[in-house]
Design a protein. Structure first.
Length: 329
């Protein structure tokens, strides 16, 4: 098979049946495209690895391999493991395609991302239009988080949003390909040359903000990220994390948030980001009181964030752990 090569990386954590469905859809969409699919079991410890290995062999999927990470270091670390494991077998691919285990490429979706990157050699990453099983749009294109976005998001009030509209993180759905600050990694194709230039995911992030950081580093190196609505992917969402039903933000979310701000802007900025969130929350609280609006958001969010940030302020700075790839010849 000729043409550019694509490696699809699917990270599994206790979702073996869904991962197989995702791999089957990806295998269908990679027909005619050179490359392979690497399923990484991220230390599920529930029989996933054995079940995935047996089912792939049973189906005779010779383009699919199943490997075990041996350690659950999170989303970035698991995908890094898959990429680096693939590189041990030979030459690097032209592109790496990240696909969530609860995401299923629609017809033509992978080719649309590949075609866009091939036609736009200065673009680093490309991501898909993501929708739920019922067709509802999942917003996956964003601006970078800032002090001002923290204030706007927490205030959740029309006049504040209008004043800070250029800092709003979620972006409206475009009708044509559009450059964005960052994309969610549910369905994102990355030019291997970019990864060779900037390194892989920072494994200090266990979950959340890792794609934000990677896209930021790519943009700083001259490789923008583009949203490609012609590529459509069905996504269940939070199948592995359980965030849809969680009533409180997990500690690793706060860890990732603080690390992102501290790494990219400094610890003082991270503190001001939290203060901005507190100020915004005060605005929202006043609005709720006046309008008698119901409570929204996770339980104890503000107190959890403040207590977390106070604790980490007195700890040594967490070093970034950005795995490197072999350089492209």
């Amino acid at each position: 098979m000729t043409g550019p090569t694509v490696w699809t990386i699917i990270l599994n954590y206790k979702t073996a049946d869904m991962t197989l469905q995702s791999a089957e859809a990806a295998l269908r969409e990679m027909e005619g495209i050179a490359g392979r699919i690497i399923i990484v079991d991220n230390d599920s410890q529930d029989g996933s690895f054995e079940a995935l290995t047996a089912e792939v062999a049973k189906k005779g999927w010779d383009r699919v391999s199943v490997i075990a990470s041996g350690h659950n270091g999170g989303f970035g670390a698991g995908n890094n493991f898959g990429i680096l494991a693939g590189l041990k077998d030979g030459d690097p691919p032209d592109y790496v395609y990240l696909l969530n285990s609860d995401a299923f490429p629609d017809p033509g979706s992978i080719k649309a991302l590949l075609d866009h990157l091939e036609a736009n050699p200065k673009t680093g990453f490309a991501g898909s239009y993501i929708h739920g099983p019922e067709g509802d749009w999942h917003c996956t294109l964003f601006n970078y988080p800032t002090v001002f976005s923290e204030l706007e998001s927490a205030a959740n009030t029309g006049p504040v949003t209008k004043l800070l509209r250029k800092y709003v993180i979620p972006q409206p759905l475009p009708n044509a390909p559009r450059e964005v600050d960052w994309l969610a990694g549910a369905s994102m194709m990355m030019r291997y040359q970019v990864l060779a230039d900037i390194g892989l995911f920072d494994e200090t992030f266990f979950l959340y903000f890792e794609e934000t950081d990677l896209c930021r580093r790519a943009k700083q190196a001259g490789w923008p990220t583009v949203y490609v609505p012609e590529s459509s992917v069905t996504h269940i969402g939070s199948a592995s994390t359980g965030m849809k039903t969680a009533t409180r933000k997990p500690a690793y979310w706060f860890d990732s948030r603080f690390h992102y701000f501290a790494k990219n802007h400094g610890r003082v900025y991270a503190v001001f980001a939290t203060l901005a969130c507190v100020m915004g929350s005060a605005v929202w609280g006043l609005r709720r009181l006046i309008s008698r609006k119901p409570k929204t958001g996770p339980d104890n969010f503000l107190s959890d964030m403040i207590s977390h940030d106070i604790k980490v302020m007195f700890k040594p700075v967490q070093p970034s752990v950005e795995a490197n790839t072999p350089t492209v010849p």
